[in-house]
Every structure is written in structure tokens, then in C-alpha cells.
Write a protein that binds this ligand. Structure first.
Ligand code: SAM
Length: 355
């Protein structure tokens, strides 16, 4: 039985993040900038919401959108007009995406990925495929850590171009070992079909909105695993869907800020007050804004309403079964020993094995 206080997940986030960004609007409204007010969903496409000054826990209702809306990329009407000068997708601005998430402790996450594989396989990880690899930070770390075959697949040519440049700049094993491929994780066919581990991090699997896409993604992943290999998904904590956090948050949005060496500030808003959730399709339309501030001026920005499908643990288990995989473990963050019920749990790491 999953019984944790939500506060536990917040505390876990604080413990997990070494170089924390400054929360500008906190879940507690009044505690601007304090460590205890910074919480999990800044690593996730699943923002817990908050609005400055609003009473904590004040009930809000999500507005529902019809299932038909998912067929379009149109955002449901927002509270305010999006900037017309901003590019249309966050992944077409990989530089801003990377800045927004630069506080993550990649070293610790890479260590976890190696440890968790070893825990369930009794030998070292030697080949890995990441679906939706983005800037490929984990892949670079795994290559440096001695993993011999490292492949990243991503749909976005902008992300891949950015990752290629970044790997070349890092040099060494990161540049030598990591291979990048453009493709759709919902249906792919790579020459290498015996990876030790296929992984999909940071809720990226939620970009697959349609059940057929999800079935096909699990099947594609399974087809690229060796017998005994593992599929690892990092998703939102399941408690966040069922306690309403993912759907309505506490009052609309989460905001954080990352000071840059040159004096600029990267200001991120994850979610907006009138983001919509469709209870039939389980899709949340999340407004994401990244602004770069120089003094009071916005010198660069990107804004997009991103649809994210929420998957329950049981749905993922079914998808795994359809692909011939078995669920073997559920962790509550990228740290060994933290299961879903642990007080520090704020994410879900789900592991499935190919028999
Ligand atoms: C949330 S980012 C995660 C990036 C990286 N894994 C990380 O941890 O920073 C999601 C990435 O998935 C990619 N993506 C979205 N849909 C995809 C699809 N259907 N197939 C492959 N990649 C996809 C995006 O281009 C983006 O780079």
C-alpha cells in the first residue's frame, strides 16, 4: 500500500539536488527561495502547481478538455497570450532546455543507472540505448564510466545537433563512444538488437499520447534487448496522479530560476494556472516557458503547451506484458534503496526484464 506524505517527496527532491535552482514561487507561497520550498516536479514534465500568496491546499479544479483536442497541437485557451516571438517548441531550443535542467546531478544519476543494472544482473552494464536522449548528458557519463556501446535515439534534429556539438566539445570517451540516431521511439529498428539496457528518462515516455504508440514503443524496446536485458523508465511518481498534484497542482504553476555566470538569469515556468487535463485520454496540457533575463529584460525565450500522457503503473505493467517483459522493480528516485513508498520518493523508476 502506497502511503506517503507528499512532503516526503519534496524533501527527497531537496536531498537529491546538489546544485539547486532558486524556487521563485513555492508550494508554500510564502517561503520564497528556501530549500524546503523547492520540490520535485522541476525535473519532470509534470509540474506540481503553486501560485504565490494562494493558501496551500486551496482546492482548484482543472478544466477538462475533450478527447478530440488531443488530435490537434492546439493549446486549449490559456490565461494569457503566449509570446509571438518565441519559437514553437522547447526541443527546438535545446540550449534553453539544457540550461533549464542544468541543476540536475548527472554524475549521481549515471551512477544510479549503473548500480541499478548491476543489482538486477550481477554484472556490469556494457551496452545501453536511450530513447529520447535529448542533450545526451547521461549517455556521455555512461561512456566515460566505461560502457562500451552507447546509443541515443531522438526525434528532434535540433536536439541531436546540440548533443553532437556538446559530445564533440567534451571529447574523450563521450565523443568516441556515443552514437546518436534520429528516430521515433514509438517504432524503431536499429542494427544492434542486444542491448543490456534500454532507458527512457525524465518522463519522456509521456510524449507518447496514443495507446498504440505506447504498445509499439514497448515492443520496439523489447526487440532491442538481449535476453535478461532491462527496460528502465523514469516517470512521475504515481501518487502525483492520484492525489491530483499532476493534474491541478496546488494553484497553477511552478517557477524556478537559475543564475548564470554572466549575470543572466534563466527563469522557468512549468505549468500555468489554466493548464488542462483530459480524464479520458489522461493527457495534461502543460504550459512550459523558459525565459533568459538580463536585468529586467527578457533577451531570449521559448514557450510551448506540451501534451503529456499520464500512465499508471498498471498500464505500464500491461504494456510490458504485451511486449513479453516482466516488471521487476519500482524505485522512488534515482537512488538505490529508495522504493516508491520511501519518504524520499518523488519520481518513479520502473524496471522491466526481458526473460
Ligand atoms: C524531456 S526531454 C529528455 C531528454 C533527456 N533524456 C534528459 O534526460 O534530459 C525529451 C526528449 O525526447 C525527445 N522525444 C520526444 N518525443 C520523441 C519520440 N517520439 N521519439 C524520440 N524522441 C522523442 C525530445 O526531442 C527530447 O529530446
Amino acid at each position: 500500500m502506497l502511503q506517503r506524505l507528499r512532503l516526503g517527496r519534496l524533501a527527497g527532491r531537496v536531498a537529491a539536488s546538489r546544485s539547486m535552482p532558486t524556487p521563485v514561487v513555492s508550494s508554500h507561497g510564502s517561503q520564497q527561495g528556501s530549500a524546503s520550498s523547492y520540490f520535485h516536479s522541476s525535473t519532470s514534465p509534470s509540474g506540481r502547481s503553486a501560485k504565490s500568496g494562494e493558501k496551500r491546499g486551496a482546492p482548484r479544479r482543472a478544466r477538462y478538455v475533450s478527447a478530440g483536442a488531443l488530435a490537434t497541437s492546439e493549446a486549449p485557451e490559456a490565461d494569457s497570450e503566449p509570446s509571438t516571438s518565441a519559437p514553437s517548441t522547447i526541443y527546438s531550443r535545446p540550449d534553453l532546455y539544457e540550461l533549464a535542467f542544468s541543476y540536475r546531478d548527472f554524475k549521481a544519476e549515471v551512477k544510479f543507472l549503473q548500480e541499478v543494472y548491476k543489482q538486477h544482473n550481477k554484472h556490469q552494464l556494457s551496452s545501453v540505448l536511450e530513447l529520447g536522449c535529448g542533450p545526451a548528458r547521461h549517455l556521455a557519463g555512461l561512456a566515460r564510466g566505461g560502457v562500451a556501446k552507447v546509443v541515443g535515439l531522438d526525434l528532434s534534429p535540433d536536439m541531436l545537433g546540440h548533443a553532437r556539438k556538446s559530445l564533440a566539445k567534451q571529447g574523450g570517451k563521450a565523443a568516441e563512444v556515443v552514437e546518436l540516431v534520429q528516430g521515433d521511439m514509438s517504432d524503431f529498428d536499429l542494427p544492434h538488437k542486444s542491448f543490456d539496457m534500454v532507458m527512457c528518462l525524465l518522463g519522456t515516455f509521456s510524449h507518447l499520447l496514443d495507446t498504440d504508440q505506447a504498445i509499439s514503443a514497448f515492443r520496439s524496446a523489447a526487440a532491442h534487448l538481449r535476453p535478461g536485458g532491462i527496460l528502465l523508465l523514469e516517470m512521475a511518481h504515481p501518487g502525483d496522479l492520484f492525489d491530483g498534484t499532476l493534474i491541478i497542482g496546488e494553484s497553477g504553476k511552478e517557477v524556478w530560476e537559475l543564475p548564470q555566470d554572466n549575470g543572466d538569469k534563466v527563469f522557468v515556468e512549468w505549468g500555468a494556472e489554466f493548464d488542462n487535463f483530459d480524464p479520458v485520454t489522461q493527457i495534461i496540457f502543460r504550459t512550459v516557458t523558459i525565459n533568459v533575463l538580463r536585468g529586467d529584460d527578457v533577451v531570449d525565450s521559448v514557450e510551448e503547451v506540451v501534451p503529456y500522457r499520464q500512465y499508471t503503473v498498471r498500464e505500464l505493467e500491461l504494456l510490458a506484458k504485451l511486449a513479453g517483459l516482466e516488471q521487476i522493480a519500482l524505485y522512488g528516485e534515482m537512488r538505490m534503496g529508495v522504493d516508491l513508498e520511501h519518504e524520499d520518493a518523488y519520481r518513479m523508476l520502473a524496471l522491466y526484464r526481458k526473460p
